[in-house]
Design a protein around this ligand. Structure first.
Ligand code: ADP
Length: 896
């Protein structure tokens, strides 16, 4: 394919990216830009050209060893919920914009530490970027037909122009605001978009190679298994290789947190903490998909091309060899996407560090203090822009000079080993408040020294003059100092070896020096904030222990230099309102100092912010004892508050219980009063009747006719009967409802019980010519108190008789077994019960409006008693109206 066409494709592709990023910036608040899928895809900036091409190279030449690089992040992912969330929280609170800021802030805002971390990152990442450029250049050459083409000068080299275009992209979307902790939506979206592309294209070529060029995975496997080195390619060689795996997994585990571009996308660009929840499964899934075809493409390449030195580009060469340029272009674009996203995000992250932790604190602060706010903002942006360009140009220069020595894999791993030097201070510092800045600095420098001797030096010597003497004979001929086999450990691969020794020394220095000497009060302060980040969310601004003198006006002057008049005023007003301070407060307190430092951190980095603020503040040393006392106090307040909260919660619960009990008592009282009223009323009626009749009989002068006298006496008899029945019922009901009656439960046959009841009611029914039908002849047994059930049945049947029409009345008694219950029903064809009375019919003294006679005979206690009896049997009673006419009463008794 012609160079020009390829170049046009590249430029068109970049233009599309610009467009996408531009649209995303314009719609920064949209749901499409802020969601967990975009977040996860942006994390996939982890997969660079190294993944895209390098994995295949490893798989082809040394087998499954490409996997540990992905296993580390997969293991790390579930821990994100704990670890990354904490890091994100702290970073948002403190407006942290890079890993250098993060580490230097943890160790008391140490300026030197920030610079050191920046240098570590530069050392690791600049060669890494050049490696990406190399991948672009080489794939470009493979794809363009001009294979003899060797760039003679920088200006002929297309890679140079591509690098420049990337720098323009990163500059444009990376420096929109001076505050580096603000989000870069455009860049994030383009990275997410590229993550989709590189995955899809990679899967595409995977399917193409496996299923079109070959007959599927099995066919490749069978062919490959005949190769001589098959065994070596598919196994881990015992114990020694196991260690290589372990260390590489550890390396990649650390890298996923520490690489500046990962910190950028996972922490700085994180919009919502909750996006983590989806990312912890989607990200491993992404890596898994990416690795499905690696081994097959590699084997297919081994089988058809079989040139180990070109193994990294098998994915590109295979379709090309088969005349399929279109697929090759897709592969190229996929790899190109991987490169762009890595280069753009990495330079963005590095440039922030370089400006905020290197250039500004070490040279421009005085200048800024004197200058105008608008000009300051412009300067800060320009420093970052120049940094981005310089980083890319230096990476390009590195590529031009070391180009032949670079293999994607070795440089990639070297970057991981260098960046891992930040691990002890980063991870342990999150949980151990003793870790001090001095120990961190010593640890990092010592670790770097080891990495330099065991990895960078031999590599550079080899690259510069082809000499391997150092590797073979050791320093000054001492064998135990061989860089790849320090003190006789010779079974590890160079990166794993360097990692092992450097980590050991680094960790040792970090822990030992931290224990030996405590950091100053400022450090301990920040350490406490990081370690105990949860508790400090409430106390954020006040958390800083600080003693000294400062004027609000002075601090304001500094803020104005960077934020401008309007933003400063707004921020201060918010601050004063939040803490309910008067707007004309003169003296600044610790909270304002901390608040102002945080405001500046986003623009110029934490170290510079500290320096600037302290330049207008007369700060007194606070003794350690004081710091600890204050910390203890704030801790105590927190725990005391917690105790109080718990106690008051308990009290509320108790109060509510009391209220309920009281309510219940009132209700009971009310019911009792009502009951007494009704009972009194019920008793009064017959007594009044008896009394009136007695008076009449006493007044009689023997001239009353005998039959009237007899009638009077009969009435009296009736009334006293009613009275005794009532009293009996009331007492019975009371006894039942208090549970004071012992049921005499035995096994009975319900047929017999019903027959007995019906027999005793026969003459009343006959008198009214009401038919009682009991057609069921089956013998069903159940456990109950027969006398009591006879009482219930009597009540129900006599009620039915009462409410049936004379002549033509018909009552059906029936029974059956239900699940676990014996069910008895009494069905009549009387006048039924008005619907509105149904729910109350079982209440004591309740009588419906459907009475047959003016003066009802009953007391309204019958059904209430029935209910008590049935419920004392653990049964249930109910009523409903018959569809045609009359009522159906039923009850259920449980049986064993
Ligand atoms: P009472 O002693 O008044 O019969 P109960 O508690 O036995 O008291 O019944 C309450 C009320 O339920 C009765 O007054 C009557 O209005 C209604 N009732 C009971 N059984 C029937 C039925 N089979 N048909 C129509 N109404 C009934």
């Amino acid at each position: 394919m012609s160079n020009y066409i390829l170049f046009i494709i590249i430029v068109t592709y970049l233009a599309a990216l610009f467009f996408i990023a531009y649209v995303a910036e314009k719609n920064a608040k949209s749901k499409w830009v802020n969601n967990s899928v975009v977040y996860t895809l942006s994390l996939a900036v982890y997969c660079t050209a190294w993944t895209y091409y390098g994995s295949i190279g490893i798989a082809a030449n040394s087998g499954v060893n490409f996997l540990p690089i992905y296993l580390g992040p997969v293991i790390a992912a579930p821990l994100w919920i704990l670890l990354l969330r904490k890091i994100i929280r702290i970073s948002k609170q403190q407006k942290i914009s890079s890993i250098a800021d993060f580490i230097s802030l943890r160790y008391g805002n140490n300026r030197f530490l920030g610079a050191l971390v920046t240098i570590v990152c530069l050392m690791a990442i600049v060669p890494y970027i050049s490696l990406q450029l190399k991948a672009v250049s080489e794939t470009f050459q493979i794809l363009s037909d001009d294979t003899s083409y060797v760039s003679t000068s920088v200006y002929d080299d297309s890679t140079f122009y591509i690098a420049l275009l990337l720098a323009v992209f990163a500059t444009f979307f990376g420096t929109q605001t001076t505050d580096a902790s603000e989000k870069h939506k455009g860049i994030v979206i383009s990275v997410a978009f590229e993550s989709i592309l590189k995955l899809v294209f990679f899967l595409f070529v995977g399917v193409y190679v496996t299923y079109i060029l070959f007959d599927g995975t099995e066919a490749i496997y069978t062919k490959m298994s005949m190769a001589d080195n098959f065994e070596a390619l598919t196994t881990i060689n015992g114990f020694e290789d196991g260690f290589n795996w372990l260390f590489t997994i550890m390396l990649s585990f650390m890298a996923i947190f520490l690489l500046p571009r990962q910190f950028q996308v996972s922490v700085v660009e994180n919009v919502r903490e909750k996006h983590l929840k989806n990312a912890i499964w989607m990200f491993p899934l992404y890596l898994l998909l990416f690795n499905i075809f690696v081994i097959f493409i590699a084997w297919a390449g081994n089988l058809t091309i079989g040139n180990p030195s070109q193994a990294e580009y098998y994915a590109l060469l295979l379709p090309l060899q088969n005349g399929n340029t279109f697929i090759s272009v897709l592969v190229f674009l996929g790899g190109f996407s991987a490169v762009i996203s890595m280069v753009v995000v990495a330079t963005l992250a590095l440039s922030t560090m370089v400006s905020n932790n290197l250039i500004i604190p070490y040279g421009f602060l005085d200048y800024f203090i004197k200058s105008h706010p608008e000009r300051n903002a412009k300067y800060i942006k320009n420093i970052r822009r120049i940094s981005i360009f310089s980083i890319i140009i230096i990476a390009y220069a590195f590529y031009v000079n070391f180009s032949f020595e670079l293999s994607l894999y070795s440089i990639g791993l070297m970057a991981f080993v260098i960046i891992a030097q930040l691990a002890p201070s980063f991870f342990i510092g999150l949980f151990w408040n003793r870790g001090s800045s001095k120990a961190t600095i010593i640890g990092i420098i010592a670790g770097l020294g080891i990495v330099f001797y065991t990895l960078i030096l031999p590599f550079s010597l080899h690259a510069l003059n082809g000499s391997d003497d150092l590797v073979q004979y050791g320093l000054a001929g001492i064998t135990s100092l061989k860089p790849y086999a320090l003190f006789g450990i010779d079974f590890l691969s160079p990166p794993a070896h360097a990692f092992f020794w450097s980590m050991l020394v680094n960790l040792f220095c970090y822990v030992t020096f931290s224990v030996l000497e405590k950091g100053n009060y400022r450090e301990r302060n920040y350490a406490e904030m990081f370690v105990d980040s949860k508790n400090y969310t409430d106390l954020q601004d006040g958390a800083l222990v600080w003693k000294g003198e400062a004027y609000v006006a002075d601090i304001k002057k500094v803020l104005v230099k960077f934020l401008g008049e309007a933003r400063t005023d707004r921020a201060l007003k918010l601050f004063f309102r939040k803490y309910e301070l008067p707007l004309d407060t003169q003296m600044a307190d610790a909270r304002l100092i901390n608040f102002s430092e945080k405001l500046l951190t986003g623009s110029i980095g934490s170290a510079s912010a500290k320096i600037l603020i302290s330049s207008v503040v007369k700060e007194d040393e606070v003794s350690l004892v004081e710091v600890l006392k204050i910390l203890e106090e704030s801790k105590e307040t927190i725990s005391r508050n917690k105790l109080l909260r718990e106690k008051s919660k308990e009290l509320t619960v108790l109060t509510n219980k009391l209220k309920d009990a009281n309510q219940e008592l009132i209700e009971k009282d009310r019911q009792k009063d009502e009951f007494l009223d009704t009972v009194a009323h019920e008793l009064k009626t017959p007594i009044t009747g008896i009394r009136a009749t007695t008076e009449l009989l006493m007044d009689d002068d023997d001239d009353m006719p005998l039959e009237i006298k007899t009638q009077f006496l009969k009435n009296m008899l009736q009334d006293s009967d009613r009275l005794s029945r009532l009293i009996h019922n009331i007492l019975d009901f009371e006894k039942l409802s208090k549970g004071r009656t012992q049921l005499n439960i035995k096994k009975y046959n319900i047929r017999e019980t019903i027959e007995k009841t019906v027999e005793s009611l026969r003459h009343i029914a006959d008198k009214k010519q009401v038919e009682i039908i009991n057609s069921n002849k089956s013998d069903l047994n159940a456990q109950y108190d027969e006398d009591r059930i006879v009482q219930v049945l009597t009540n129900l049947i006599s009620n039915a008789i009462k409410f049936c029409d004379a002549k033509g009345g018909k009552i059906v008694v029936d029974y059956k077994y239900g699940d676990g219950y014996l069910e008895v029903t009494v069905n009549d064809n009387g006048k039924g019960i008005p619907a509105q009375d149904l729910p109350y019919i079982f209440n004591k003294f309740y009588q419906s409006k459907n009475q047959n006679i003016q003066k009802p005979e009953g007391s309204g206690l019958g059904l209430a008693i029935c209910k008590q009896i049935v419920e004392n049997h653990n049964g249930k009673i109910w009523v409903k109206n018959n569809q045609k006419r009359g009522a159906i009463f039923g009850f259920k008794l449980p049986f064993k």
